[in-house]
Design a protein around this ligand. Structure first.
Ligand code: ASP
Length: 430
């Protein structure tokens, strides 16, 4: 059976058993579900364990090769700039929607929220105290530079870790090949080992999903489901808007293409991304579609698309923004503007460090949560809350990720003077 089928079954079973325990007031079943939550929490510790090696290695390797890419010239610089800008726009859309739909109570009653907070916040801590701990903007920016990188690693100071890794990677690209290659080879090895660890950990995901969703629903009832539904709908709405506004505008004005024709032609790619939840696995089809359906040159597509599958994840970044806001609303209360600014920064940078494989987004979400939530709130609590619905959202965000890569390829190709003839000649009038 496919992993995602197992996760879906675990989700449905967890919700069903949790609801039965809660609605029929089966004390023993509630106690059992709350008990096996330990397993879910242990699983989250496992994925958290992989975060730092994964992010550090993938950013160092990514940035060191970006050095070469910008040397490759115009195309490299343009592509990276376009990727960063669209990702920041995606995060902003996520934040705006969250401010509209998720502020206050995220669709849950005061009792349910208090109950959830009571479970996750340290004894005697009030929300006001937490809000007061939030650092100001200058402090956040100033704090990005770590005096001691090892200390930043130990404290999980994610912005500092991202900063150092990118800085180090950039410097590494300036080192002579003989000295650079062994270092790069080491980090490539770390990166690949981290991916294998993720793969192993994910085989346990269905059990963790069952334990975590079962426990939360047994304790807090159907209301949490309502909250999760609102959260999921906000993510899906954000993804849709980013496609319909940002990509449509980029296609129309930068690539000079008919956006709807373009989206029709890439439907198969979106569907494969949706069903595999992996930009990497979709890559061969993405490249073929870019060349055969849209008429993008091999020169552009073979460079822009593999790079995009690795560093350009608008869907993932948008989802991380909404997830952080939802988790904050439930556990802490509304986030300040400064905290939201750090989300734009961390989610944009962190999505570069996310691999194009299933569930990479929720692992990297830990990075954003570490940075945006008050230090006293354990990100694991937030992950536990949303893990149940993550697979479905992974499918949706991966679809947007590949759409973003293809849009970028069209924009870059046009800016290089390509005519994208197949699109224009073969497309039906709309
Ligand atoms: N599954 C996504 C991708 O491959 C990454 C993520 O989990 O957000 O693009």
């Amino acid at each position: 059976m496919q992993l995602y089928t197992k996760i879906m079954i675990a989700l449905i079973l967890g919700v069903a058993v949790g609801l039965v325990a809660n609605l029929l007031d089966f004390g023993w079943l509630v106690a059992f579900l709350v008990g096996i939550r330990q397993f879910g929490d242990a699983w989250i510790d496992l994925i958290t364990m992989v975060v730092i090696p994964l992010v550090v290695a993938s950013l160092i390797v990514g940035t060191a090769s970006l050095g070469d890419i910008t040397k490759v010239g115009r195309i490299g610089g343009k592509t990276v700039a376009y990727y960063l800008v669209t990702t920041a726009v995606a995060v902003t859309i996520g934040l705006v929607l969250s401010n509209i739909f998720l502020r206050g109570d995220a669709g849950m009653s005061a009792e349910a929220l208090e109950g959830l907070r009571g479970q996750y916040l340290a004894e005697g801590q009030s929300r006001v105290e937490l809000a007061e701990q939030a650092p100001g903007l200058v402090e956040v920016l100033r704090g990005i530079i770590p005096r001691n990188f090892v200390q930043a690693l130990a404290n999980f100071d994610m912005l500092s870790i991202l900063f150092f890794s990118i800085f180090f990677g950039a410097a590494l690209s300036g080192v002579t090949a003989a000295k650079r290659d062994p270092v790069l080879g080491f980090f490539e090895g770390v990166n690949q080992a981290a991916m294998i660890m993720i793969h192993w950990i994910m085989t346990l995901a269905p059990y963790a999903v069952f334990a975590l969703i079962g426990a939360v629903i047994a304790e807090f009832g159907a209301e949490v489901l309502g909250g999760l539904l609102v959260y999921s709908l906000v993510v899906v709405l954000g993804l849709t808007l980013h496609m319909l506004i940002t990509y449509t505008a980029a296609l129309r004005f930068l690539a000079k293409l008919n956006p709807f024709q373009f989206l029709r032609k890439i439907r198969a790619v979106q569907l494969v991304a949706f069903s595999t939840s992996s930009s990497n696995a979709t890559l061969p089809l993405t490249i073929e579609t870019a060349e055969e359906e849209i008429g993008i040159s091999n020169e552009v597509s073979s460079f822009v698309l593999p790079l995009g599958a690795t560093i350009n994840m608008d869907g993932t970044a948008l989802y991380q923004a909404v997830a952080t806001m939802f988790i904050a609303t439930v556990l802490v209360g509304d986030l300040s503007l400064t905290a939201q600014f750090t989300i734009v920064l961390t989610a944009t940078l962190a999505s570069i460090g996310a691999a194009g494989v299933p569930s990479a987004g929720i692992i990297i979400l830990i990075v954003v949560l570490e940075q945006a939530l008050p230090a006293t709130v354990d990100p694991a609590a937030g992950i536990a809350l949303i893990l149940g619905v993550d697979r479905i959202l992974d499918m949706c965000r991966t679809s947007l990720n590949v759409t973003g890569d293809l849009t970028a390829a069209a924009v870059v190709a046009r800016s290089e003077g390509e005519t994208l003839t197949r699109q224009e000649a073969a497309g039906a009038p709309t």
